[in-house]
Ligand binder design. Structure first.
Ligand code: MLT
Length: 407
């Protein structure tokens, strides 16, 4: 008799964004004439930058000719992309990362979800609350938690991110081995200073812990004093893995390209207490379970770093950040407390009532989809998240409708 992985049975019924999509689809079916505006899932709406499109086309043409055709590429990604990333995203900011420490993949969701496979099932895991659900659910699937009770999984150390700590959690009060951090934060849009991030790096070093740093939203940073990468912090190479994505910064949500950085010094320990380097283990996993991102997609990603690509991505990001500013201004006018928008495409709003009730209110009365904060964890109850990823026209209309609905 085949037995199921019972840890899956501990999971909440469905993935947050699938749950929302189902509710929205049911609402649309009941109200076929209603124009719904989606400010829920952070999915980009603007076309890929022209520089990426032309690199993409050129690479597709290369695939049409035997002499330039490419079959399997290196699992870790083509050198042209890894070298460009190392130079532009890290070395240019004074962060010492080399091309062979970069693993190209098809998404930060997959990488942040898969990385936990490398660590023991009894690792003590610290997870922020609220949090991008992938970190949590993948640890549940792997059996690192007990059951779900009173809004939380037993066995995890939750790092509360609340108005009181300006949505930057305090160091854990009990020992942990694996720490998830995401800045600029999804869902709150909050940011972390270099000094604050240094306390986490120091904690990890002192406790032989590892930080999984999700920097998928770094391109939205406007305050230049903030760190774009954890490797801008001294000592981070030994204790941090960083995840990046082209999804939000260059509109690749449907195109799929991201990368993970694992410095050569980064280590965990075996049961005898010996240091084991993580880089070769992730490389082993990557080669076994992944066959690389397609050549045209990697060429399109490389074009992000061309002069035109940089300017076009900057314009894309500025457009979404202007949407975030409009959302923040409307929320202020309505008298709600909020965080985010300044350096992130998300606005985290204290709605003062049950998150799902507020979600239903906005959907029913305004035809606007938000993300209920409770879906990101217990500390998200009483909040909603609005995403700036939509056209200017839709954002303006959504805000007019929200104002009318809440008047
Ligand atoms: C979000 O809305 O939180 C993100 O779009 C989800 C993701 O990037 O997978």
């Amino acid at each position: 008799m085949l037995k199921i992985n019972e840890h899956y049975l501990k999971l909440q019924a469905s993935y947050l964004f699938s749950d929302i999509a189902k509710r929205v689809a049911a609402f649309q079916q009941a109200n076929p004439d209603k124009h719904i505006i989606r400010l829920g899932i952070g999915d980009v709406t603007k076309a890929l930058p022209a520089a990426c499109i032309s690199a993409f086309h050129k690479a597709v043409d290369e695939m049409a000719v035997d002499s330039s055709f490419r079959g399997y590429g290196p699992e870790q990604g083509y050198a042209f992309l890894r070298e460009t990333i190392a130079k532009n995203d890290f070395q240019a900011r004074g962060a010492e990362i080399s091309a062979d420490e970069i693993f190209i993949s098809d998404g930060a969701k997959c990488d942040t979800g898969n990385i936990q496979e490398l660590f023991s099932t009894d690792a003590r895991v610290a997870i922020p609350d609220p949090v991008y659900p992938v970190y949590l659910d993948t640890n549940v699937m792997a059996g690192r938690t007990g059951v779900f009770a009173e809004g939380r999984y037993q066995g995890l150390v939750y790092l509360d991110s609340t108005a009181e700590n300006k949505y930057v959690p305090a160091l854990p009060s009990e020992p942990v081995d694996l720490i998830y951090l995401c800045f600029p934060n999804n869902p709150t849009g909050s940011t972390i200073s270099k000094a604050e991030l240094k306390t986490w790096v120091d904690y990890a070093k002192a406790n032989k812990a590892l930080i999984l740093f999700d920097a998928a939203y770094e391109a939205f940073i406007r305050d230049e004093s903030l760190p774009h990468s954890i490797y801008e912090i001294e000592g981070a190479r030994e204790v941090a893995i960083e995840f990046r994505s082209y999804s939000k910064s260059a509109g690749f949500t449907g195109t799929r390209c991201a990368y993970t950085v694992i410095p050569k010094e980064c280590a965990a320990y075996d049961s005898a207490g010996n240091k084991q380097l993580i880089h070769p283990l992730w490389n082993r996993r990557h080669c076994t379970k992944f066959n690389g991102v397609s050549y045209p997609v990697q060429r399109a990603a490389e074009a992000v770093y061309s002069e035109e690509g940089k300017a076009q991505c900057k314009a894309l990001i500025s457009g979404y950040l202007e949407n975030a500013d409009l959302i923040a201004a409307a929320v202020r006018e309505l008298g709600y407390d909020y965080v985010g928008a300044a350096n992130a495409p998300y606005v985290w709003i204290r709605c003062g009532r049950d998150s799902w009730e507020f979600f239903d209110l906005l959907l029913n009365k305004a035809g606007v989809v938000c993300t209920p904060g409770a879906g990101f964890g217990k500390c998200g109850q009483g909040y909603i998240r609005l995403s700036a990823f939509n056209s200017r026209e839709n954002v303006v209309t959504a805000l007019e409708r929200i104002k009318a609905a809440l008047a």
